[in-house]
Design a protein around this ligand. Structure first.
Ligand code: SF4
Length: 356
């Protein structure tokens, strides 16, 4: 019984089937595991008269969020690497905010989208993460690393809509008020532009969940060059799907724009971008490019970033400059998956998979 993939209601159903017991004991177990990080039910009130049941449940429950094998810190930011049951590794980042922390989670091991400015894209895709491996990152951050996480952003390794069903179930578990209790308004799903995923998300009618689009270019020519997905789904199709999305009243989309020196940072680019965005309710997050290990691209200067955002603001686009935290541990945007050993392991795994 993998509790990290179950909502409270699903656990209660499972209890009914397995033990002939339902909500009373499921509520206690869910609370202990998710609110208190406690896996020993022998001293829990609800089990004071049913110690045998407590023992049985304890031995049936599987809680395996993976093993944290490395933590790297840059001031208060923490990047941690988790080894999964099959030996593959994923990265997650705890980003400190003023009063709470945000956790950037991975949804896949690697990514098949191939964005040229992104370390994860260079790795290729190995597999989707299971629900418990996605939720496990939050469980680890809260209970093993002791971090008060209040926000979740799906901006780690992977394209979340490529693993739609597992990501959605993980959000259901994270959101369960009897457990991890992360409100939809504190969760952001970021896509490179999978419009089928945008449509499916819209049909769930979760108006408070935040949707971010990683745009990074003002026109199809440039976007197709750095984000191969754009060749199949050009920007007008992406815009159409956003226009049709059932956003809550006065809600906005988050648009991510990684600013790369000499590539997408000219005045003309800013005007084109503003033109594309104007019909949409958006907030634009401007992220200075983080130089990768052996990158063909260059980081902009602070002055370049201010100038580009100024041009957009003149066009009445709301811009937030996101000075990338965590550069020194390669935890900034687009840098997950950089570690050379991780790359080597991916290579070995792929070679092994191809010869079997
Ligand atoms: S930017 Fe996102 S979608 Fe593109 S390769 Fe990287 S992880 Fe995948």
């Amino acid at each position: 019984m993998k509790i990290l993939q179950l909502t409270w209601a699903e656990l209660a159903d499972e209890f009914k089937i397995r033990y002939g017991k339902g909500k009373y004991h499921a509520t206690a177990v869910y609370r202990e595991v998710y609110k208190n990080g406690n896996l020993d039910f022998s001293h829990v009130d609800e089990f004071s008269k049913s110690q045998k049941l407590a023992g049985k449940i304890q031995s049936d429950l599987v809680l395996n969020p993976g093993l944290v094998i490395e933590e790297q810190k840059d001031k208060r930011l923490v990047k941690f690497i988790t080894r999964l049951a099959d030996g593959l590794e994923i990265e997650s980042v705890i980003i400190p905010m003023a009063t709470h922390n945000t956790l950037c989670v991975s949804s896949q091991v690697g990514c098949r989208m191939g964005c040229t400015f992104c370390e994860t894209g260079r790795l290729g895709l190995l597999r989707n993460l299971a629900v418990e491996e996605i939720v496990g990152q939050l469980y680890t951050a809260r209970f093993f690393l002791g971090s008060p996480i209040k926000n979740i952003v799906f901006m780690g390794m992977g394209e979340p809509f490529d693993n739609f069903d597992n990501v959605i179930q993980a959000i259901r578990v994270m959101n369960d008020p009897r457990g991890l209790d992360i409100a939809h308004s504190h969760i952001t799903l970021s896509t490179a532009g999978r419009i089928d995923g945008i449509r499916k998300l819209g049909s769930l009618n979760w108006p408070r969940l935040n949707l971010a689009v990683s745009l990074n270019a003002p026109n199809d020519r440039l976007r197709s060059k750095i984000m191969p997905l754009n060749r199949a789904v050009p920007m007008d199709k992406l815009k159409e799907s956003l226009m049709a999305y059932p956003l809550k009243k006065s809600g906005t989309f988050f648009i991510e724009y990684v600013l790369i020196k000499g590539l997408n940072d000219s005045h003309e680019h800013a005007l084109e971008l503003a033109d594309f965005l104007k019909p949409l309710p958006v907030r634009l997050n401007l992220i200075p490019y983080n130089p990768l290990s052996d990158s063909q691209f260059k980081a902009p200067s602070d002055q370049d970033v201010h100038r580009f955002s100024g041009w957009l603001e003149q066009e009445t686009i709301f811009v937030r400059k996101r000075w990338s935290k965590g550069r020194s541990v390669m935890a900034g945007c687009g840098q997950l998956g950089n570690k050379s050993e991780l790359k080597q392991k991916f290579q070995n795994y792929k070679t092994h998979a191809n010869t079997n």
